[in-house]
Design a protein around this ligand. Structure first.
Ligand code: G3H
Ligand code: ZN
Length: 278
């Protein structure tokens, strides 16, 4: 089955009224576990590497992207390879040669006009290089360890009319929207603004993407998909599963027992969350 463009997977999910799960990969075990979970669920999945994960690798993209691509190529389900939350133009320009089919360019922290300008230029480059591109409008809080945004603060929610204009003027293929989720939550207690999601789904004519999905309970995730979300980004939930398993199995000097437990726990988490989205 192997490597498939994320844009195609999202379009197929949209046509079927489903969403594709996109999991953040930090280690090889993350990539192996996500593929295992998706194979068990029998659905396509996206492996995504964030700019932060690349920084964790000392700025080197290829060692981890090639490992993830190799896992994708060996998979029994279609697997997309996506570069996530890119701010660095230099990293963006490595995406095509490194085997990615898509990128998320993140200028959501900038004022509207600057976000639009930077995103339009990223979209022009991405399309010229055959890449599908996602951007963000209205900032989903909690990035890079930042405190969650006040949900009532300006910019903490995506305005539907602004979103429609942003998509038309930037040319992006998908839009990440701020509807109440927050990055890096370790408990699944958040809730979404479903009325706003309904307005966005009606107004914006590209697939909508949910970030910070680890903080949402199953019922909220399922309601998000029913409301029009077509790509669901999940990172922290895998890390919670991995770290809990390592804590439990950390004995002796051999890393294989606790890494095996970590991979098994992450695969179970991935499989369970994929099932909710389908
Ligand atoms: O782009 C990545 C995601 O938005 C992951 O967020 O770690 O809160 O699940 P999360
Ligand atoms: Zn995100």
């Amino acid at each position: 089955m192997s490597l498939a463009p994320a844009g195609v997977l999202v379009a197929e999910a949209a046509a079927a009224g489903r969403a594709v799960a996109a999991f953040n990969v930090i280690t090889l075990e993350h990539a192996e576990a996500v593929v295992e979970g998706a194979e068990r669920a029998g659905t396509p999945v996206i492996l995504q590497l964030s700019e932060n994960a690349v920084k964790f690798r000392g700025g080197a993209l290829l060692p981890i992207s090639r490992a993830a691509a190799a896992c994708a190529e060996a998979a029994r389900v279609p697997v997309g390879l996506h570069l996530d939350h890119v701010k660095s133009p230099d990293l963006l320009r490595q995406a095509a040669d490194a085997g990615f089919g898509s990128v998320m360019y993140d200028a959501a922290h900038l004022p509207y006009a600057e976000n639009l300008e930077a995103t339009r230029s990223a979209a022009d480059w991405a399309h010229a290089n055959g890449l599908w591109i996602e951007a963000e409008l209205g900032e989903v809080g909690g990035k890079n360890g930042a405190a969650p945004l006040d949900p009532h603060a300006p910019g903490a929610r995506t305005d539907p009319d602004e979103a429609r204009r942003f998509v038309a003027d930037s040319g992006v293929d998908a839009l990440a929207v701020a509807i109440g989720s927050t990055h890096a939550m370790t408990s699944r207690t958040a809730s979404l603004d479903h009325a706003l999601l309904a307005r966005l789904a009606k107004t914006v004519d590209v697939p909508l993407v949910l970030h910070g999905s680890s903080g949402l309970p199953d019922a909220e995730l399922a309601a998000a998909v029913a409301g029009g979300i077509r790509k669901v980004n999940i990172g922290t939930a895998l890390n919670v599963a991995m770290t809990e398993a390592i804590r439990t199995h950390l004995t002796g000097a051999d890393p294989r027992p606790y890494l095996t437990a970590a991979r098994t726990a992450m695969a179970a988490t991935a499989e369970a969350m994929i099932a909710v989205l389908n």
